[in-house]
Design a protein around this ligand. Sequence first.
Ligand code: TYC
Length: 127
Amino acid sequence: MSQAIDDRAQVNRNMRARAAQGDSASRIREGQVVIEPKTKTKVKRPSLYKVILLNDDYTPMEFVVEILKSVFHKGHAEATRIMLHVHHNGSGVAGIYPYEIAETKVRTVEELARRAQHPLKCTMEPE
Ligand code: TYC
């Protein structure tokens, strides 16, 4: 079978699956597929996320300050202030970013902590 026929067969399977789910953007009429303009409103995640550092009893204060400087681009005074806030309150915001950036920061922090054998944890939540 040619690639064009393969492709059309796949489009037909996809459209049939969508029609079966009640998708009004697709209809099947006597074996032909009628593609109508997409009408569904795109659902978007909240755009900004807080990256939150969690306190623990073992990670050295200086390590947390270095993380805040190197990963979150804080100056020494601000990094120290955030670290002490986390130390005293249990958690604190290291920065606010779009989803993918926040996700990468969380992973970077946990990877640096893991390599240094510190239990430092980091999470994110919608702003
Ligand atoms: N509580 C830690 C200590 O006393 C310091 C610390 C601060 C750890 C902030 C984690 O996110 C943290 N060494």
